[in-house]
Design a protein around this ligand. Sequence first.
Ligand code: KIV
Length: 283
Amino acid sequence: MSRKKVSILDLQRKKDNGRSITMLTAYDYTGAMLVDQAEIDIILVGDSLGMVMLGYENTVPVTMAEMLHHCRAVARGTQFAFTVGDLPFLSYQTDITEAVRNAGLLLKEGRMDAVKLEGGREMVPAIEAIVRAGMPVMGHIGLTPQSQSKLGGYRVQGKTAVSAQNLLQDALALEAAGCFSIVLEAVPEPVAAVISQKLAIPTIGIGAGAGCDGQVLVFHDLLGMFDRLQPRFVKEYANLKQTILDAFVAYRDDVVNGRFPAAEHTYPMPEEELAEFRRIIKD
Ligand code: KIV
């Protein structure tokens, strides 16, 4: 069955009609196909790929070349979901022309539908320029992992009245700059709920409670495949780490003990050809 691809208008309509938006990360072709088949609205090629796919300590080292490589793979596996690619650290913070060019690359070469970037009011000029160039931008405020070192680590943001007000001002500024949606990460539930009510565009929460217009989780976290970081907001829907480990150990044991491959995993040969083969090689 061919399904109509999700658009920005569909996402806005979901918010307007009080229906929740679903978003998941994916980083490769097979993963994207599975997320897409589950009819998740948005696939995010997050720079979290630096940690879960590439083994970096955090998202800071991720490059444009790495993002493009993974975006292209995800695009090949996606038919239904709206796709968003993360602009990696230092690809948009230093220069607006550079920000527009890199956003363009994620759409043109990475075949994404939109880009996401982290930061509040300080990012308005870059967002306006990218939107003016015809590209949709998703904002990301609260805990912004690219600046976790400046924030003092992976910490909840907006816990005081003043910082909550700051977050609201950031969200309103991002909306006015043209963002079509904003991710709220690690923000107290009541603060995220107020921001979601005050904005016309949809908010997508991660560790921000049920008052957001949608939710996002990291692919490996949802599947229980990555336990180096275990934030409180993750809900594991499977324990694939154990399932995968069990399968690998069973395979190793089967090979070592001669149980794999069995007859059904091998290709037969006509008897007479085998006899002729043996005759030729004088076996
Ligand atoms: O990189 C990422 O996966 C993200 C999500 C956590 C929102 O930005």
